[in-house]
Design a protein around this ligand. Structure first.
Ligand code: ADP
Ligand code: MG
Length: 241
């Protein structure tokens, strides 16, 4: 379970998170939507410890992410993160990219790590790309590679930060399909997305972010089809898909 309690975060004088409360339960898929600059990415980074918080509390399976004694590297193994782009090492093949973390972090031997990697690449439909370098792969394949890298650490949670935003439209579907597969397998996911149909159809809940505040949150259909917040109504009517 991921719990955020009254989380505040500023960059200098800019208040980016203004008292965020959010609980994400095991097996849940929560989509975060909202205008650019509203604090969605910052929220994800406060969960995986890439950003510090000013006050409040973030716990992952009961461990306080920002407490002094917390082993953040160990905690991060539970949290697979997929960014918009540049997720993989350009000088390593797909197989090497996925095998790297299990080998280094979990200290399993090379053959075992390659086995784990091949299995995860198969899971995301990249069995035929094991020896390809990222530059030899399409944007959609690179994002699926990024997902396989995260999965290789056997995370309890997956965090997606606009994983499809940098892709050409025809490549978006294959990545969303992979995310949909993970959701159907019961993976707990927090998904920052501009894909409104994904938010509506795949998420259990949708949260609308407005200037650092969770302005509306609820069951996906309810939030997407009967939004209460006037800004959310405007946001949804201006979204194309
Ligand atoms: P979103 O993901 O919703 O577009 P972000 O969380 O990236 O929003 O950013 C929220 C606000 O915080 C923006 O105004 C952004 O410019 C600012 N911001 C984000 N990261 C930093 C940083 N490292 N230093 C200073 N300002 C930042
Ligand atoms: Mg962002």
């Amino acid at each position: 379970m991921i719990i955020l309690e009254n989380v505040h975060k500023s960059f200098g004088s800019l208040k980016v998170l203004k008292g965020v409360n959010l609980t994400v339960h095991e097996g849940e898929v929560v989509s975060l939507i909202g205008a650019s600059g509203s604090g969605k990415s910052t929220l994800l980074y406060c969960i995986n410890g890439l950003e510090k918080i000013d006050s409040g509390r973030v716990t992952v399976d009961g461990t306080d992410v920002h407490a002094k004694g917390t082993d953040i590297n160990k905690l991060r193994q539970k949290l697979g993160t997929v960014f918009q782009q540049w997720n993989s090492f350009p000088h390593l093949t797909a197989l090497e990219n996925v095998a790297l973390a299990p080998r280094v972090v979990s200290k399993i031997d090379k053959a075992m790590a390659r086995e784990v990697a091949a299995a995860q690449l198969k899971r995301v439909g990249l069995s035929d790309k094991l020896d390809h370098y990222p530059s030899q792969m399409s944007g959609g394949q690179q994002q699926r590679l990024a997902i396989a890298r995260a999965l290789a650490m056997k995370p309890n949670y997956m965090l997606f930060d606009e994983a499809t935003s940098a892709l050409d439209p025809e490549l978006v579907t294959e990545v969303l399909d992979t995310m949909r597969m993970l959701a159907s397998e019961g993976m707990t996911m927090i998904v920052v997305t501009h894909e409104m149909s994904f938010a509506r159809d795949v998420s259990d809940r949708v949260a609308f972010f407005k200037q650092g505040v969770l302005a509306e949150i609820g069951p996906a259909r309810e939030v997407m089809e009967a939004p209460k917040d006037p800004d959310l109504q405007r946001f949804l009517s201006s979204s194309t898909r």
